[in-house]
Ligand binder design. Sequence first.
Ligand code: KIV
Ligand code: ZN
Length: 517
Amino acid sequence: MSGNDKNRVIIFDTTLRDGEQALQASLSARQKLQIALMLENLGVDVIEAGFPVSSPGDMASVREIGLALKHAIPCGLSRAVDKDIDAVYEALKDSHHYRIHTFIATSAIHVQDKLKKDFSDVVQMAVRAVKRARNYTDDVEFSCEDAGRTPIDHLCRMVEAAIDAGAGTVNIPDTVGYTLPQEFGGIIKTLFDRVPNIDKAVISVHCHNDLGMATANSLTALEYGARQIECTVNGLGERAGNCSLEEVAMAIKTRSKYFEGLYTNIVATNIARASQVVSGICNEPVPSHKAIVGSNAFSHSSGIHQDGVLKNRETYEIITPESVGFKDNNMHMTARSGRHMIKACLKNLGYQDDTYDLDSIYQRFLKLADKKGQVFDYDLEALLFFSEDDDEAQFGLLGLNVVAGDKNIIPTASVKLRVGKRTRIDAGTGNGPIDAVYNCITRLTRIDASLTSFNINAKGEGMNAQGQVDVDVLYEGRQYHGKGLSTDVIEAAALALINAYNSVYRAKIIHTKENKE
Ligand code: KIV
Ligand code: ZN
């Protein structure tokens, strides 16, 4: 599969940039790395890891991702200004190969009302930005923000100028999800008809889903010559989201005849896992009816459909759940399973052993196996996502005891917590056992945040499930998310709050450092 293959559709994933910027609570560097490695396993070609100039945290995480990726190309976003472009270079300069993605708005409303400039100035800024980025790398992408609403003459002029300046990829975003498929396809067609140097660049599309057209618009653009699609897992993103990676990948694969042999490098059988990983880490549930990855996407409720499927699956099923990686969780382990088994199971789930610490996972697996008896592959995966490196985190749960009962008993808790290198203990009451635990944790950590949401879900199936608690806390105007998983829901609740408070603590440290610099 060569990079010049005209049938190959490049998949540019922006879950960690456009997707992440839409989340209530931002992700930690570790969570972003986990997603990036999963995307690489999924076969994504380009991974937009973040917007380095936006914060030192983003800069560090883009750098870390850039160094960890082996095949996928890491990319960082920048406005068309020097300091942003330099920040992407700083973040990615030690990576094997990297892309600088620079953008400026081109529609009249953005140029006049947001940038308060003339279109000619904007073209000059774009050319300057692309040239500056080209001093750092050969792989430069330029985006015309709000291209969907840009007068076509302006768009042609901008695309030609960006290619002349050295952009190897030019992206045409429908930033506000305004266009309709034939209209958007028409824009791409006109670019191919009128821009004289268009053959020197890959034309990319980046469609938002405000009218529910993101996938249709992106696929239509392929028919007119676009060869890169920008998308996110589960369609995560600003407002109604971005084009969904799994939808375009499976449409291209399932309808390859219609698309006359176009293909992507996406490993279809890794799609279900990718969806679950992103949904779990980002705390964004996948709607049950979501195409390709929703829990109902392959279930047939009507009697007529069930009858048809029993006679011939293809009557009502155009893709199978197995083809996108949904399978029965039949791998199970016990406390007698050795490290090799754990490593093999994680490999089977798509995790290479250099992406996790086997010793630490194994120790936690043994504790879980003692409590649960049988450990399933989804439990093992949860250990990866719920791992809080004990030495790195400021707070760690060392012990917990609760008394709860009917209305004659006052719910009481005692909590033992590691705070930095010290151990602290507190006891108290609450209006329920979890409230009592939360009061203790709040006093012990001295983090006075307000709890804005609390959810308990079963992770896994039936009686074998563990309890997963997700909390959001509000601290100094920012939301922080925490998760906890345990066979005991009160412990899961405690772990979730501690997890959120560790994020608050980390943010406080970063903020203090930034103020000192
Ligand atoms: O939607 C958009 O226009 C963007 C650009 C920065 C590519 O996200
Ligand atoms: Zn976007």
